[in-house]
Every structure is written in structure tokens, then in C-alpha cells.
Design a protein around this ligand. Structure first.
Ligand SMILES: NC(=O)c1ccc[n+]([C@@H]2O[C@H](COP(=O)([O-])OP(=O)(O)OC[C@H]3O[C@@H](n4cnc5c(N)ncnc54)[C@H](OP(=O)(O)O)[C@@H]3O)[C@@H](O)[C@H]2O)c1
Length: 255
């Protein structure tokens, strides 16, 4: 069992902290807690080029580790020293992808990888767990193509949600943030090398989209994840809808 003590420095672990949502989580966590260390776990194990040159991320409190959640022993090995020397406040998983494009891969990355993240989180003594899943409000609309185009993505998301909902012993400590389309400036694109400097402002497109589908700003989503992760309070339920995310665990929302 890992040693957990309030005398240890505190840490957050961010699975997928090199991606669009994950890098926003890092920025929120760095600004909300001036002492907490952040450990990013991803398959590349290095900060994307734009993060390396962005002042927000220039701090010795940010560490990048290599680990593949589909080979969970690699993640456990990478995190073992962290669990010995830090109090792990939470693990936040921003892992999930539609590439490489196959339903089997989507189930694995959205489902299996996140189930491994959850299991590892508990085994290293993390106090809380947050995972990004997906809003479902348009699922039955005839014109909404995604349930037919990417069923494996939704299947994977359902699997991690069921896994957490079925874990009665850990009730209140783990939540699924059911995000709509995430708006903001995307600086990494899945499948493209992270040394490329990209800037894709999604806001203009999502201004139109939000007339018919739930949309959430990337910083708003990231802030909610960090508020819950750092709060001493338990969550009232596992699933958090897109509408609830902006005020989730803010001072006005009793836990
Ligand atoms: N973007 C949206 O509009 C949206 C909407 C609703 C929900 N979400 C959910 O929010 C989460 C984050 O989305 P995003 O747009 O930020 O995705 P993203 O930019 O593609 O980032 C995904 C991250 O996961 C890591 N990753 C992928 N496979 C991994 C594995 N096997 N082991 C460890 N790390 C792995 C990637 O890094 P490496 O490649 O280095 O491993 C990357 O850091 C996903 O679960 C997504 O489904 C996103």
C-alpha cells in the first residue's frame, strides 16, 4: 500500500494531460493551487511543443511521465515513485479518442483505458477520480449522426460510467463529467505529431453548433474537474451533465 500522509506534498495526476482538455486542466490546477504538483501521464510522455514555450506551464511543479493505459503496468511503474512521495489528491482522466478510426479502438481508448485509469487511481491511493465522458442529449435525434458513426466511442464511455457507478465502496469520490462539444483553441490534433505548433480556434464553428447541441468552453470544463478534485467534499452522484458543469463544486454549489 502506498504511504499517504498529510505531511507529504500534494499531487494531481492527469492522464491525457498533453491533449486539448488535459492541457486546460493543467493550467487550471496550476493557478488554483500554488503548491500542488502535477504529473501528466501519456503515451508520448513529453509536453507538446506549444506547452514547452508557453509561460503558463513553466514551473518545476509540472512533470511528464510516459505510460500507456492500454498497457497498465507501464503506468503503474511510472507512478510508483509518485505514490510513495506525494499525497495524491486525485487522478483526472482526459483520455479518449476516435483515432485510429475503428470502433474497437474507440471502445478500448474510451472504455478500457479509462477503466484502467480508475483501477490504478484507487491502487495508488488517489483520494478522488474524475473522467471526461460525453453528453447524451442529442442521441435520439434523427439528424444526429454520431451514435451511428462512432458507436464504439459511446460504448467505451458507457463502460467507464457503469464501472464507476457499480463501485459502491467508492461512492462520492469519483465522477464522470458528461461534456458536450468542447469549445476553445485546440493546439494538438490526435494523430498529428505534438512538435507541430497548431492553433485551431473552434469557437466560431461552435457558436453555430450550440444552437442545437450542448457546448462547453474548455476552461470551464477544466475548472470544474479541478474544483472537484481539490475539494474535501464528496460528490452527490456519479454523472454530471453538461449543464451542471459550469457551477459544479463552485462556492455556491453545496456538495
Ligand atoms: N473534445 C471534445 O469536444 C470532447 C467532447 C466531449 C468529451 N470529450 C472527452 O474529453 C476527453 C479529452 O478530449 P480531448 O479532445 O482533449 O482529446 P485529445 O486532445 O485527443 O487528448 C487525448 C489525450 O489522451 C492521451 N492518450 C490517448 N490514448 C492514451 C493511452 N492509451 N494511454 C495514455 N494516454 C493516452 C493522449 O496523449 P498521447 O497521444 O501522448 O498518449 C492525449 O493526451 C476525451 O475523453 C474525450 O472523449 C471531448
Amino acid at each position: 500500500m502506498p504511504t499517504q500522509s498529510s505531511t507529504l506534498p500534494s499531487a494531481l495526476i492527469v492522464f491525457g494531460g498533453t491533449g486539448f482538455v488535459g492541457t486546460a486542466v493543467l493550467a487550471q490546477a496550476l493557478s488554483r493551487d500554488p503548491h500542488c504538483h502535477l504529473f501528466v501521464v501519456s503515451r508520448t510522455g513529453v509536453a507538446p511543443a506549444w506547452v514547452q514555450s508557453n509561460p503558463t506551464y513553466q514551473t518545476p511543479r509540472l512533470h511528464f511521465l510516459q505510460g500507456d493505459l492500454l498497457a497498465p503496468h507501464t503506468v503503474l511503474e511510472a507512478l510508483q515513485p509518485v505514490s510513495q512521495h506525494y499525497r495524491i489528491r486525485a487522478c483526472i482522466s482526459c483520455v479518449g479518442a476516435i483515432t485510429p478510426w475503428s470502433n474497437q479502438n474507440m471502445v478500448r481508448t474510451c472504455g478500457d483505458a479509462n477503466i484502467h485509469a480508475y483501477t490504478i487511481s484507487k491502487s495508488i491511493g488517489a483520494e478522488k477520480f474524475v473522467v471526461m465522458t460525453r453528453d447524451r442529449s442529442n442521441m435520439d435525434d434523427w439528424w444526429y449522426p454520431f451514435p451511428r458513426l462512432i458507436p464504439g466511442y459511446y460504448e467505451g464511455k458507457s463502460r467507464i460510467e457503469s464501472c464507476i457507478q457499480g463501485d459502491a465502496d467508492n461512492l462520492g469520490n469519483a465522477v464522470c463529467l458528461r461534456a458536450g462539444f468542447v469549445s476553445g483553441t485546440r493546439r494538438t490534433v490526435p494523430g498529428l505529431p505534438t512538435w507541430l505548433k497548431i492553433s485551431l480556434p473552434l469557437q466560431p464553428m461552435y457558436k453555430v453548433l450550440q444552437q442545437v447541441c450542448p457546448v462547453i468552453d474548455v476552461e470551464v470544463l477544466a475548472a470544474a474537474a479541478v474544483r472537484f478534485a481539490l475539494s474535501p467534499h464528496k460528490a452527490p452522484r456519479v454523472l454530471v451533465t453538461n449543464d451542471e458543469i459550469p457551477t459544479y463544486f463552485d462556492s455556491a454549489t453545496p456538495a
